[in-house]
Ligand binder design. Structure first.
Ligand code: SF4
Length: 61
């Protein structure tokens, strides 16, 4: 699975970071950063993608 950030949509709610902090980290500017290549739980990462309140994340298989 690959995860993409939809440009310009993230509002820094940090829901994704709360669910899967090893993959998503909100920086000091309130923008999420994807930790690519991280060893992570795919189901948690997918749950985080689906939980974004502004649909800023997209998962592709
Ligand atoms: S990607 Fe969505 S849930 Fe994650 S910080 Fe941005 S707005 Fe919040």
């Amino acid at each position: 699975m690959s995860i993409e950030l939809v440009p310009g949509r993230c509002e820094g709610h940090a829901v994704c970071e709360a669910i899967a902090p090893e993959v998503f980290q909100v920086d000091d500017d309130g923008m999420v950063q994807l930790i690519l290549g991280a060893d992570h739980d795919g189901e948690l990462a997918l749950a985080a993608v689906r939980s974004c309140p502004v649909a800023a994340l997209r998962a592709t298989s």
